[in-house]
Design a protein around this ligand. Sequence first.
Ligand SMILES: *[C@@H]1O[C@H](CO)[C@@H](O)[C@H](O)[C@H]1NC(C)=O
Ligand SMILES: *[C@@H]1O[C@H](CO)[C@@H](O)[C@H](O)[C@H]1NC(C)=O
Ligand SMILES: *[C@@H]1O[C@H](CO)[C@@H](O)[C@H](O)[C@H]1NC(C)=O
Ligand SMILES: *[C@@H]1O[C@H](CO)[C@@H](O)[C@H](O)[C@H]1NC(C)=O
Ligand SMILES: *[C@@H]1O[C@H](CO)[C@@H](O)[C@H](O)[C@H]1NC(C)=O
Ligand SMILES: *[C@@H]1O[C@H](CO)[C@@H](O)[C@H](O)[C@H]1NC(C)=O
Ligand SMILES: *[C@@H]1O[C@H](CO)[C@@H](O)[C@H](O)[C@H]1NC(C)=O
Ligand SMILES: *[C@@H]1O[C@H](CO)[C@@H](O)[C@H](O)[C@H]1NC(C)=O
Length: 857
Amino acid sequence: MLRVCLPPLPPFLFAALVVSGLASKALHIALHIRSLPFVYFILFSPTLVLPDLVVIAVTRLLLQFSSPETRLQWISTYIGGFLSLITWGASSIQFGFFMQTGAEVAWAASNSFLSDPAAMKILLSGITTVSAAATALGLVAFLVHSRLYNFTGLGLQAIRDLCVGSLEARHSIPTFSSKAWVASANPQSLRRITVAAAACVSLLFLELVRPSVPYDHLSGALPLTLLDAFRKTSATVDSCSVAANPFPFGLPPGFQTNSSVADPWSRPAWLPQNPPAGFSRWHLSPEERLRKDNTSACGNPQGKLFDPKNDPLKISNLGGEVLEPLQKAFKDHSVHVDHVVLLTLESGRKEVFPMQQGNYMFDALLDSHRKYKQDQAIDELVRLTPVAQMLTGERATDSKGQQVNLSHAQWQDSAKEGMGGINIRGAVTGSSLTFKSLLGSHCGVHPLPVDMLEESGLEIYQPCLPQIFKLFNEVKSQANSTNTSTNALNYPWKPVFMQSITDDFDRQNILNDHMGFEETVVRNNLRSLYGKYRAQGDEVNYFGYAETELRPYLRDLFDEAAKNKTRMFLSHITSTTHHPWGTPDDFPEEQYLGNQGDVRHTQMNDYLNTVRFVDGWLGEVMSMLDEAGIANKTLVVFVGDHGQAFAEDDEAVTGTYENGHISNFRVPLVFRHPQLPRIDIAANATSISIIPTILDLLVQTQSLDERDSEIASALLPTYQGQSLIRPFVPAVERHPMEQNYTNAAIHARYSPEEGPRVQPVWNFGLINAGGSMLSVTTANDPYRLVLPIKDGFEYTFSHLLDDPGERKRMKAWTLKDLIKSVKPKYGDEAAAWLQDAEQLGKWWVVEQRRIWGYQES
Ligand SMILES: *[C@@H]1O[C@H](CO)[C@@H](O)[C@H](O)[C@H]1NC(C)=O
Ligand SMILES: *[C@@H]1O[C@H](CO)[C@@H](O)[C@H](O)[C@H]1NC(C)=O
Ligand SMILES: *[C@@H]1O[C@H](CO)[C@@H](O)[C@H](O)[C@H]1NC(C)=O
Ligand SMILES: *[C@@H]1O[C@H](CO)[C@@H](O)[C@H](O)[C@H]1NC(C)=O
Ligand SMILES: *[C@@H]1O[C@H](CO)[C@@H](O)[C@H](O)[C@H]1NC(C)=O
Ligand SMILES: *[C@@H]1O[C@H](CO)[C@@H](O)[C@H](O)[C@H]1NC(C)=O
Ligand SMILES: *[C@@H]1O[C@H](CO)[C@@H](O)[C@H](O)[C@H]1NC(C)=O
Ligand SMILES: *[C@@H]1O[C@H](CO)[C@@H](O)[C@H](O)[C@H]1NC(C)=O
């Protein structure tokens, strides 16, 4: 009986390969079809399936023995079966991934994933959809297996007969007279041969003439595309030398472009004998550094050094006066910053910090409700994040236009009216991959444009906050005379990192170490028998616990800061707001979304619940600072690591992975201090402004002793970001170069007739996982380009004033095609901007590799 039910294995495996391969190809093309010109697509479509047909034919030949007997037959069947199973599996993963995120799997990035246990857990979280896809594909294969197998067999036989026939025909030619040849051949088979030859020739022709972008990418067939995982892309430009990657525009006067004319190197006076890691740029001379790194391959001792004076994109605002309301506060010496807390909000979208009316996301949430229920929905939603309202000073209004009563909040702000600190509107993150974003907020650096946290193997090119604080400690331990222990400015700093989830994911523990954190509290401490406090609840997601498990650790740390003569630097990352948005069991889940529209609103609803949960947690942290009595001396910086795009933003693609949507980039940025006047700043800054702002604040509020203040002032101008306690400069006018530069490549594009050129602040944002797309914006234009930095991704343009929610993104496979559709709609200015953005983006990608000293292995 069993033998009747089970299909013979080879035909079934073959059918699985055909069904999976073709389904995967259909999905692949469907994901890109909107950006393909219709006529060309139809024309080139036969070439798109050519690799699939070859794979199918080869596998059919391998599996031609439906009951293998000899050893050779067995081997051939094994190979064919192996190919089929791989294709079936890969296609199932693709479909599962697509159903979860709407995106495509990039096999090239899978390498780093597979060697990472925490990353594997992420993959396994989608196992149900993957198994569902596998079952569906298997079922279809089962239904068609025998017919498909026989049919393909007949097809291949026909082709063979045709070839053999033509060969025989040719062999039987006695003379080279065409007449004799025609006569000897069977006219029917001759016609067939002609048709087949014509088809082959035209296919070959199409294959040759089709544009490589995007059709090469589109024609990729499973299982061949899996080989991407083993392929190393090689840098196209020699990433060591500046001259090989010239800055695309003219450079301002006085700019250092020739490394040999740079300032003679000298060790700064403030640098202690044994500075902490992170300061090697200051204490190693270029020659010493070269010896240490042994980068002689680059042949340029300056090649690997980041030099702030040689950063053509840097626009400093340190020449500006401190903002007026702050000047007054600083004059009274009423602001003390003894402690600093850097609180990173996981998946912290600006639109939910605080949740309020008047943005496209709120409107999308309302659209999920029926008209008559919308007022009630507004009143519920605006009460979601009371703590965020107090922290930012952005007070939400309810359906009647009245300010929301915040008495239900977990914390009440004791700052006086008009006080509370600096709130930035318009901030964007430097990367939608969390750890790359942390590099910006903790170290003031731009990330490396490659997949995953490759930065962990390299030296971070600027000192990170913990390292600066450790430097202060080092200086004080050497200068014994000034230590009067009654002076709080002399207390040692203590940098601590806390998160309730694992730090094993993608080498985060190494990153923490490199940033200078010696003390960390992570999931291991919460779950270890020897941990100081063990977690009370269960894990809420595949990374670990809810952040509330850190409560006793935080309380101890705050108490120690208050009582033990230490200055605290705490970095804390929230965790429940991460996919899949689980909350502790005792947290009541609310229903915020209705059921209108095409989208099933479950993910967004789960996210909003975690947002409410985290708002309560932030209130708790603020209360603990109050209780410890250090709130008045603590600067708390809130920043989102990145946003989070949902189906409500773009039905097609959700999540951060390889998704350039703007919802993944807008983040809150707040510098909270109860003694600072409340200031609202509209600026398209990024998280690289955090270090300069903190250093500037420490100096201006006289929260550092003389020596530390001198050091902080010396470090401040070396960071690439602007200080946000001074007026933000979105663009400067750069005048033609007056100096005679010898490096022709650098000013090849520059023509003096152009006159002064407006140079904006360029904001670059790397899209998760880092190596495929780059978001390019400027601080004074409404345009946005998502630039592909790897094959297989499209150019995307959006106009953020016209379309703040990016509902009408324009996509094309080449910049030329994109400009063709952007120009009629938004004019020459937008077209010119796009051209600049592309050039600068490409330049930046190479420049980052040089600055980081990254060489692909
Ligand atoms: C640039 O560097 C080269 C090689 O060291 C040197 O010969 C040349 O004089 C320098 N150019 C200027 C303008 O200093
Ligand atoms: C770098 O190392 C190689 C051997 O590993 C050595 O031959 C070479 O001299 C070194 N270069 C420098 C600049 O130290
Ligand atoms: C806010 O609500 C609380 C209780 O719900 C009430 O006692 C208080 O008066 C309200 N405040 C305002 C300003 O309406
Ligand atoms: C830039 O800032 C303005 C407010 O100043 C804001 O409206 C705009 O959305 C910001 N751009 C981005 C990309 O966030
Ligand atoms: C610190 O004390 C040591 C010996 O007590 C002395 O040699 C050194 O000069 C002092 N350092 C400073 C900066 O005063
Ligand atoms: C200053 O001296 C006091 C006591 O002598 C000591 O506890 C404290 O750690 C010292 N501060 C620094 C920064 O070394
Ligand atoms: C207070 O500081 C000292 C020296 O830094 C340390 O040994 C001690 O453990 C600290 N006490 C607490 C309660 O943290
Ligand atoms: C902070 O200082 C203000 C006065 O400047 C005071 O009213 C408030 O109670 C202080 N808060 C804490 C938590 O010490």
